[in-house]
Design a protein around this ligand. Structure first.
Ligand SMILES: [Zn+2]
Ligand SMILES: [Zn+2]
Length: 449
């Protein structure tokens, strides 16, 4: 049984027998989120009898924490090697990984990454490939990937998720986290806000497709999400206690992924929108938007979809007469929208058959039968107005236009983001009901004309 109000430490390295019938386990040994936590890095490395860490940072994170970590390791009498990327806007791609490989010191026995999203993803993959343990010293509460076991990297310009391992330890110094740039803190909050919709999406799929769902993991995530949302004003002011809670929720979200074995408890339609924009901006050679920022904006849009479906006057007894949405021209639309990524999207559909007419009919029967329960889920999420209010409170962009994403890309994301993953969400439910295009047209009228 998972106690959703228990201390985070009680979930670590501790198999939990769950009412869902599974055993849940997170392999992280230590999560240290506290003031002055940076001082604990070197003793921890020494205690575990590691002889020579290889420290990875970029020029920003080196100044923020890397320099101090290296100094402390030296003071503990540890030998150390390091590589500091000169580019603070590093992409997690072949070039960055090749650079690490060329600068790596093979006499090292543990990887110590200092940074947030990109550095963490690179170090996770790099250490996994070398079969070495790794620690992450977090420099910003900006995303929920710290405790995750997967690394999203750019392979041939395409965002590809690699199954790796979790860090042995996550060390986050509140003095450093609270001093992180405001937009990074706001991005972390956006990533947390997205848990409302991903949990609801997960429930929808459990109801409609009988997908595995763990109520205890969902409740753990929801409890921690709500605690963080309740601290929004403290987070906006950069108060250490509130920032610490935000970081805990971000770490817990990764732990929930480990518990379930996939990212269901942390990622749904709001993440599909975010991934869609991330790829489109990359392919267009445009300035990237922080992951959590895109997730926050995606959440506000998805909540609009939830609200519109709840308010739509639908008769469930007619659902089975809904024909499959026309698929003529779908292939050429995918090629137009996904450019270099189209082949991958088309290949995914071959395997997943999301849009297969027979599967569609089977889902319609289930939707019709479970309509009242589905409506309860639709009603369980916050309103889009509330989401916008929360994002505004922490100074996060709530509309794509605020970060320069034009109406066309918002509209295309609403209609096509569901194609990038074989995961059932509100977007596929709207497609099933033949409402997706219409809702997208109504949400983004500027894109239609
Ligand atoms: Zn469970
Ligand atoms: Zn995320």
């Amino acid at each position: 049984m998972i106690h959703d109000k228990a201390d985070l430490a009680s979930y670590l390295n501790n198999p939990i027998e769950c009412s869902c019938g599974r055993m849940h386990l997170a392999g992280i040994e230590v999560v240290e989120i506290s003031e002055g936590a940076l001082n604990k890095v070197a003793p921890y490395v020494k205690e575990r009898a590691y002889k020579k860490p290889f420290v990875i940072a970029d020029c920003n994170t080196y100044e923020i924490a890397g320099k101090e970590v290296l100094k402390k390791l030296g003071e503990e009498g540890l030998e150390v090697s390091s590589y500091v990327f000169a580019d603070p806007h590093l992409s997690p791609d072949e070039c960055a990984l090749g650079t690490l490989l060329m600068n790596y010191d093979p006499s090292c026995d543990v990887i110590l990454a200092v940074g947030s999203g990109t550095i963490n993803d690179l170090a996770r993959f790099f250490s996994f490939q070398l079969d070495m343990p790794y620690f992450i010293v977090a420099t910003a509460p900006s995303m929920d990937g710290y405790a995750s076991s997967v690394a999203p990297l750019l392979k041939n310009n395409l965002k590809t998720t690699f199954e790796c391992h979790v860090p042995k330890a996550i060390i986050a110094d509140l003095d450093i986290l609270a001093a992180a740039p405001r937009e990074m803190i706001a991005a972390g909050f956006g990533d947390v806000l997205g848990k409302y919709t991903c949990l609801a999406d997960w429930q929808l799929s459990a109801i409609i497709n009988d997908e595995y769902y763990c109520p205890e993991v969902a409740s753990l995530t929801r409890h921690s999400l709500e605690k963080t949302i309740g601290l929004s004003s403290g987070i906006a002011r950069g108060e250490k206690k509130a920032i610490g809670e935000l970081m805990e929720t971000l770490v817990l979200s990764g732990i929930a992924i480990s518990f379930v074995g996939n990212s269901r408890p942390a990622s749904g339609s709001e993440h599909h929108l975010a991934h869609f924009w991330e790829m489109q901006l990359l392919w267009g050679g445009r300035e990237h938007v922080l992951h959590g920022t895109s997730v926050g904006m995606g959440t506000a849009l998805v909540l609009q979809m939830y609200e519109m479906l709840l308010q739509a006057d639908l008769d469930p007894t007619t659902f089975q007469t809904i024909g499959a949405p026309a698929l003529d021209g779908w292939r050429s639309e995918i090629e137009r929208v996904f450019l270099d990524g189209a082949a991958e999207v088309l290949a995914l559909e071959e395997v997943a058959g999301k849009n297969d007419p027979e599967k569609h009919q089977a889902r319609l029967a289930s939707i019709s039968e479970n309509w009242d329960t589905i409506r309860e889920v639709l009603a369980s999420v916050p309103t889009p107005a509330r989401a916008r209010e929360l994002l505004e409170e922490v100074h996060a962009p709530f509309a794509a236009a605020q970060v320069g994403i034009e109406p066309r890309l918002v509209h295309e994301a609403l209609v096509y983001a569901k194609e990038i993953r074989a995961r059932y969400t509100i977007l596929q439910l709207l497609w099933d009901l033949n409402l997706l295009q219409d809702f997208a047209d109504r949400i983004v009228p500027d894109a239609v004309n």
